[in-house]
Design a protein around this ligand. Structure first.
Ligand code: SF4
Ligand code: MG
Length: 317
């Protein structure tokens, strides 16, 4: 396998007045080149912090992020600037992340200018036009401002800006969550086409499992800072194994299943990620929790090829 990214024991803790917040707590996974990993979970589960820590837009507390054979965490500022060409981020709200005082062409040209990739203004404009075409933005929009455009077009600008650097990996943080469903499909199709054309690797972060169902090759589920299940998409949808994944999936219809899944409603309070107690973080809400679950933390184990689960129930499987 051609591994592009290896995340090892990634941790990000924040000091808060109430104690140490374990936002990302020992996350491990690998990602193959040209593939898409969906990272799914409720808000506050640490998925965005994981994505940003991988790019070192947030400084990880500890761990290793091996990107194309090099440890991102060991890079100095200058090396990191160069590495950023290869690793880009697309944001959820393209409006908030686009400078309202800049035109479409200025926004897309900015990284080329900052990274001194294309210094000649004329050549830079040619590249901007090319990028606009690649993401399906009409040439006539070149001097418009973001607020004059709808959400879908704004997200296309965000994608063009990310592509300007010819990245290898793009972390997409809820890239379609702010868009209407019909526009969502257009953007997802575009992203898929771009992936094929350019051999891009994606990390696709979302709270919405149904969005990544067809889009992601593998799906990782996070709960309170930890990765609790990871499997090829189809496998995860057919055989969700962690009780939390089962509950998440029970909320969305799966056409391939003959029987409708029974909706699992989780009771119990969400454990605080601040100074978390020992044991499984899901124990307070898990219908199968035992005394052992409340004292011993389950580790992520491979129960079938490429299917990882962190739950005491899966032992011996
Ligand atoms: Fe539930 Fe225990 Fe498994 Fe945690 S380890 S998910 S509490 S059964
Ligand atoms: Mg988020």
């Amino acid at each position: 396998a051609d591994t592009i990214l290896e995340v090892k024991h990634l941790k990000k803790y924040f000091n808060t007045p109430k104690g140490l917040l374990h936002a990302v707590d020992d996350v491990n996974f690998t990602l193959e080149r040209g593939k898409t990993l969906g990272i799914v979970g409720e808000s506050g589960c640490g998925k965005s912090t994981t994505g940003r820590s991988i790019l070192r837009l947030i400084e990880p507390t500890s761990g290793e992020v091996i990107f194309d054979g090099e440890d991102v965490c060991k890079k100095n500022k200058n090396e990191l600037r160069l590495l950023r060409r290869d690793m880009q981020l697309i944001f959820q709200d393209p409006y908030a992340s686009l400078d309202p005082r800049k035109t479409v062409s200025e926004i897309i040209a900015e990284p080329l200018k900052l990274q001194k990739l294309i210094t000649d203004p004329k050549a830079r404009m040619d590249r901007v036009r090319e990028l606009m075409q690649v993401v399906g933005l009409a040439d006539r929009l070149i001097n418009t401002y973001p607020h004059e455009l709808d959400g879908g077009r704004r997200q296309r600008i965000g994608i063009a800006r990310a592509l300007a650097m010819k990245p290898k990996l793009i972390v997409c943080d809820e890239p379609v969550s702010a868009l209407d469903v019909s526009i969502q499909a257009q953007i997802l199709n575009l992203m898929q086409d771009l992936q094929e054309q350019m051999g891009l690797t994606y990390i696709f972060i979302t709270h919405d499992l149904s969005v990544v169902n067809h889009f992601a090759d593998d799906i990782a589920v996070m709960y309170l800072g930890q990765l609790i299940e990871k499997a090829p998409s189809e496998q995860l949808f057919d055989k969700p194994t962690h009780p939390y994944t089962q509950a998440l999936l029970s909320a969305i219809p799966v056409p391939s299943l003959k029987k409708k899944r029974e909706r699992i409603i989780l009771k119990g309070e969400i454990t605080s990620p601040i100074n978390p107690k020992p044991g499984c973080r899901f124990a307070a809400r898990c219908p199968y929790a035992t005394d052992r679950c409340r004292s011993e933390e389950p580790v992520l184990r491979e129960i079938e090829p490429n299917h990882f689960v962190a739950c005491h129930l899966t032992e011996g499987k």
